[in-house]
Design a protein around this ligand. Structure first.
Ligand code: AHG
Ligand code: MN
Ligand code: MN
Length: 344
């Protein structure tokens, strides 16, 4: 007789977690369920990307001047629709929209939450069948319920996140999220169309053997990063070096692998880009929340915790050093030891 398969689904875990917040009315739980549904729809489209005529640039350009792929647009519309129809969200910020999108229908005006997201992360990897993701970050609004949301609702420190997570569309599709009670992972079982609990209380190793950085930018890196990369490459059996270099070019995929295996991901400032490339609100903050909840760290490389950076603009960029605690601490030590005048 086949073994009985009794998965614990995302919705079940969300409901269980809700009991830890006695004053919660289940709205955050519902919101996470809506994100799960949008994720399944994007999963379906990503999986047939090679089959249908959905590849190629959509012809428009986003605020950062990057060409948009059609699936970016599709995922963006899908997540916006899911947030709007939830009735719990009063506004969103997306990588693909220059300004915040405010929901001003009667139901949404009473929504307590705002959501920041990167609808499709690593989208340059779609054409070549490599993992991509969606990243989200949820805040309680600051403006009074019943009024229109405004930019102040989005300019909150990462420490204020009510929940955050990502979906990775990889060899399996997974959702990893936190509400501040640890980091939990779910794997989509396509045969039943449910996210099933697969990774409870995720803990990232405090040390790892992987370093992830775009070494093509080496000559533009701060001296501390250059020296840290050499440290990673040196032979020292006592500290398990040399480490292996792994870089996919999808933050979600690189972060996810390092979270499970132990490692460090660095996107530093470079000559010409003093704040690096990654966006604080919908890339760095959610990833930082997940990293910390799994026992890891996330800093800007110069001693500042990502979650404590006060945002000043919607598409703000920030350097990111994240992953295994001891590795981030070591990289920070190199940044302190080798300061330079890079990045005027
Ligand atoms: P997006 O596809 O949302 O624009 O994000 C791409 C990001 C991130 O996923 C990745 O870590 C980084 O860009 C890679 O940048 P480089 O090509 O400069 O290494
Ligand atoms: Mn991205
Ligand atoms: Mn994106």
């Amino acid at each position: 007789m086949p073994t009985k398969y009794q998965p614990i689904t995302l919705n079940e875990v969300i409901i269980q977690e809700q009991s830890a917040f006695p004053y919660a009315k289940g709205e955050l739980s519902r919101l996470l369920s809506h994100i799960g549904i949008a994720a399944k729809i994007v999963h379906r489209e990503v999986n047939k990307a090679g089959l249908v005529d959905i590849l190629g640039a959509a012809g428009s350009t986003n605020i950062q001047g990057e060409g948009q792929q059609k699936l970016d647009v599709f995922a963006n519309e899908q997540f916006i629709a899911a947030m709007k129809s939830s009735g719990i969200v009063c506004g969103i910020a997306s990588e693909e929209d220059d300004e915040i999108v405010i929901f001003d229908d009667e139901l949404s005006l009473d929504g307590k939450y705002v959501v920041c997201f990167d609808p499709l992360d690593g989208s340059s990897n779609i054409d070549v069948n490599v993992s991509v993701g969606t990243i989200f970050s949820i805040y309680r609004r600051i403006t009074p319920v019943g009024l229109k949301a405004d930019i102040s609702d989005f300019m909150q420190e990462g420490t204020k996140q009510a929940a955050a997570g990502y979906i990775i569309y990889g060899s399996s599709t997974m959702m990893v999220y936190t509400t501040g009670l640890g980091t939990t992972g779910f794997t989509l079982d396509p045969s039943i169309g449910e996210f099933c609990l697969s990774n409870k209380f995720m803990k990232t190793p405090e040390n790892g053997k992987l370093y992830s950085i775009n070494e093509g930018n080496y000559i533009k890196f701060p001296m501390g990063v250059k020296k840290y990369i050499k440290y990673c490459q040196e032979h020292d059996p006592d500290t398990n070096r040399p480490y292996s270099s792994r870089y996919i070019g999808s933050l979600v995929a690189d972060f996810h692998r390092n979270l499970l295996k132990g490692g460090i991901f660095i996107y530093p400032r470079t000559n010409g880009n003093p704040n690096g490339k990654l966006r604080l609100l919908y890339e760095c903050n959610p990833v930082a929340f997940l990293a910390e909840q799994a026992g890891g760290l996330a800093t800007d490389g110069n001693g500042t915790r990502i979650l404590e950076i006060q945002p000043t603009s919607l598409h703000q960029r920030v350097p990111l050093f994240t992953g295994s605690r001891k590795m981030v601490e070591k990289a920070e030590e190199f940044m302190r030891t080798f300061p330079d005048e890079c990045c005027e």
